[in-house]
Design a protein around this ligand. Structure first.
Ligand SMILES: NC(=O)C1=CN([C@@H]2O[C@H](COP(=O)(O)OP(=O)(O)OC[C@H]3O[C@@H](n4cnc5c(N)ncnc54)[C@H](OP(=O)(O)O)[C@@H]3O)[C@@H](O)[C@H]2O)C=CC1
Ligand SMILES: O=C1OC[C@@H](O)[C@H](O)[C@H]1O
Length: 358
């Protein structure tokens, strides 16, 4: 590992599933790392939970375990706070981190709605700290390669249609009322939990730009609601020139491995993986030569030790080392664009959160 690599000192807020995946990935020894990550603090709702997390996942780290999130924000040994709480707490956890001058990597969805996200970005702008939504899939080498193939090499011609689905059997009936997957006040519903990935794939494949430079397609969006949360959502993005994205999520079935199909005027790309958040391979199918009936199939796969959260974390470290407050790959305006679309989908489909009204 080169000593030129930037080092980030992380503090994590919450000790749930995603926090455990994230820290394990960060501490993996891996080839081609573009940053060094150390975990200096873990905060939980109780000291016992924080200690148990540190004992289980952070052996060998010089880490402080705290029975509150506030201690993580206050810890001078922490450069950046990773937020792994349910969606409904992201806004406040971000604001608290920023108020203490910490950089922030916050889990997806960045907030419950665009209004909350704007408030956080305003605070970050005023404080001059780096903030990013942890939409980790965008940082996978597989995704970066697909973007090059589609947008620069024009491997399948003009992209006209994209289909993507993220459905998983959440077994909602078996979950308690306080589960983040079931409780409306915590941000429950498939759209913000997994539909956000389907939307992300649609945007990545249909448009070369992000944020302010990107387009604003119109949206049609039916949702199936149960106990006030969406258990299935279908979003159709309609672009002025006829391009369409058909992007779906559901809580009662499982998407097959081939979760995304990108159709162009000169070929088709199929992306496979366990879920749309974790692409494992993609196959580009196109004529061997222009006009030829003979097809070529090129498969793309990348080594992925662990789960792949380190690609986003490395990019964060590189951005901070370069003095940036935003990521070029997932800038604030892209998080806002996505949340504005999710807001519109919910307006059309009927899912709402109590916080929308405040
Ligand atoms: N990028 C990805 O692939 C994934 C991202 N996520 C995102 O991460 C976030 C957390 O999801 P996940 O880890 O699955 O959730 P968990 O329920 O496993 O953990 C959430 C943690 O948040 C803390 N928390 C604080 N207040 C509450 C509350 N009122 N109810 C429940 N938990 C609370 C708890 O930590 P403590 O008691 O330690 O303080 C809890 O352990 C979500 O926003 C989700 O979208 C989730 C899974 C995968
Ligand atoms: O981001 C996510 O991806 C994987 C899912 O299991 C999880 O519920 C979701 O939050």
């Amino acid at each position: 590992m080169s000593s030129d690599l930037p080092t980030l000192r992380w503090g994590t807020v919450a000790t749930g599933l995603i926090s455990s995946w994230f820290v394990q990935d960060l501490l993996l020894s891996r080839p081609n790392a573009e940053a060094t990550h150390v975990i200096r603090a873990v905060g939980a709702s109780s000291i016992d939970k924080a200690r148990a997390f540190a004992d289980k996942y952070l052996t060998g780290q010089s880490v402080s375990a705290y029975g509150s999130y506030a201690h993580v924000y206050q810890d001078p040994a922490v450069d950046i706070v990773y937020i792994g709480t349910p969606h409904a707490f992201h806004r406040q956890n971000c604001l608290d981190s920023i108020a203490h001058g910490k950089h922030v990597l916050c889990e997806k969805p960045f907030a419950l709605n665009a209004r909350e996200a704007r408030e956080v970005f305003d605070a970050a702008r005023a404080k001059g700290v780096f903030v990013m939504e942890a939409m980790w899939t965008r940082f996978f080498p597989l995704v970066r390669t697909l973007q090059r193939l589609v947008d620069i090499e024009w491997a399948i011609g003009d992209v006209r249609r994209v289909f993507c689905d993220f459905a998983m059997d959440m077994k909602l009936a078996s979950l308690g009322p306080d589960s983040r997957l079931r409780n409306r006040a915590l941000g429950a519903g498939t759209l913000l939990d997994v539909g956000i990935y389907s939307l992300t794939w649609g945007l990545l494949a249909l448009e070369p730009e992000v944020g302010e430079q990107a387009e604003r397609p119109s949206i049609v969006a039916p949702q199936s609601l149960s106990e006030g949360i969406d258990v299935a959502t279908c979003m159709i993005l309609q672009y002025a020139d006829g391009r369409q994205g058909v992007l779906t999520s559901a809580a009662f079935t499982k998407t097959p491995a081939a979760f995304c199909r990108i159709e162009g005027t000169g070929g088709v790309i199929v992306v496979e993986g366990f879920t749309a958040s974790v692409p494992a391979s993609s196959t580009v199918r196109r004529p061997k030569a222009p006009g030829s009936a003979e097809m070529q199939h090129d498969k793309y796969e990348f080594e992925r030790p662990g789960k792949g959260f380190y690609w986003a974390a490395d990019a964060v470290a590189q951005s901070i080392a370069a003095g940036k407050t935003e990521s070029d790959i997932m800038p604030w305006a892209e998080t806002l664009r996505v949340l504005e679309m999710l807001d519109e989908v919910r307006r059309l489909g009927g899912a709402s959160f109590p916080q929308d009204a405040s």
